[in-house]
Design a protein around this ligand. Structure first.
Ligand SMILES: Nc1ncnc2c1ncn2[C@@H]1O[C@H](COP(=O)(O)OP(=O)(O)O)[C@@H](O)[C@H]1O
Ligand SMILES: [Mg+2]
Length: 272
């Protein structure tokens, strides 16, 4: 387990355009926790998580990664603690080979040459692209480039990993692969924070969900409880997962967010 608590206190961020994208957020994430952030486009999710590696700085309030305030640290320093996977891989990928791209982070973190080779190959294997190591990233599909971007962060072995909409554009196998990568990260004690629009992916893989709307947190807690909070979901224009909707249409009072929860609730009702 890593020992870095993420602490966001009274955070506000106003862009130069005058848009207040984060409008007062308090959030604590424990070491090794995995948290999903959901909410409509424009809710402020990306702006919030970009504070974690210093790409965006607080206008007001503070963000701590363990004993570091992000306001006092450079992006390069913060990259020792926080790996950030961009929503759009083309903002992140720039090397001429997949291997070069994935090796860039470990090299900058000062890994030894053998350690770089090993972490690059392990990361490429994890995303199923080991056979594409010498390929130019531009010859890959968008979903493959997205996996290169994920590998580039895995290779850095940071104690905290942030994923901005990792499943967008992935087919079912890609989504399953990303879920298994998150499981591996958790097994290693890594903290995982992921923005997602895929509510089924969210309930299947995250025990804690933060719902954002208009730069603020509308709900935060265990997944089943948050998806039962109808007013918060409506305020954030978030559609609950399919099974939760089905349970509601059936008039059930119990919350069922994943298949096993649904079957349990069904069995309980059948037995009366
Ligand atoms: N670089 C930027 N400059 C100015 N405004 C921005 C920038 N990035 C995002 N915004 C604005 O901030 C608000 C929140 O955006 P964002 O954090 O991207 O939300 P989300 O990730 O939830 O879609 C939106 O109104 C968006 O237009
Ligand atoms: Mg976003």
């Amino acid at each position: 387990m890593n020992d870095l608590t993420i602490r966001i206190d009274g955070l506000r961020h106003t862009y130069e355009s005058g848009v207040e994208a984060v409008a007062g957020v308090d959030l604590t994430i424990a070491p090794g926790e995995r948290v999903a952030i959901v909410g409509q486009n424009g809710a402020g999710k990306t702006t919030l998580v970009r504070h974690l590696n210093g790409m965006v700085r607080p206008t007001e309030g503070a963000v701590h990664i363990g004993d570091w305030s992000t306001s006092d640290k450079s992006i390069a320093e913060l990259s020792h603690r926080v790996g950030y996977v961009f929503q759009n891989p083309d903002e992140q990928i720039f090397a001429r080979t997949v291997e070069g791209d994935v090796g860039f982070g470990p090299k900058n973190l000062g890994f030894e040459p053998e350690q770089i080779t090993e972490s690059v190959m392990t990361a490429l294997e994890a995303v199923g692209l080991a056979h594409e190591a010498q390929v130019h990233p531009h010859h890959l599909s968008l979903s493959e480039r997205k996996r290169v971007a994920i590998a580039a962060v895995l290779a850095m072995r940071t104690p905290i990993v942030v994923l901005d909409e990792p499943t967008t554009g992935q087919d079912e196998d890609g989504v399953r692969l990303i879920a298994s990568i998150i499981d591996d990260l958790t097994a290693r004690g890594t903290t995982v924070v992921a923005i997602t629009h895929d509510m089924d992916f969210c309930v299947e893989n995250f025990e804690r969900v933060v719902v954002m709307a208009r730069g603020t947190v509308r709900a935060d807690g265990p997944t089943a409880r948050v998806f039962a909070d109808q007013p918060a979901l409506e305020a954030a224009a978030v559609e609950p997962p399919q099974l939760a909707r089905l349970a509601r249409v059936l008039g059930w009072s119990e919350m069922a967010v994943d298949p096993s929860g649904f079957v349990d609730a069904y069995e309980r009702r059948r037995r009366g």
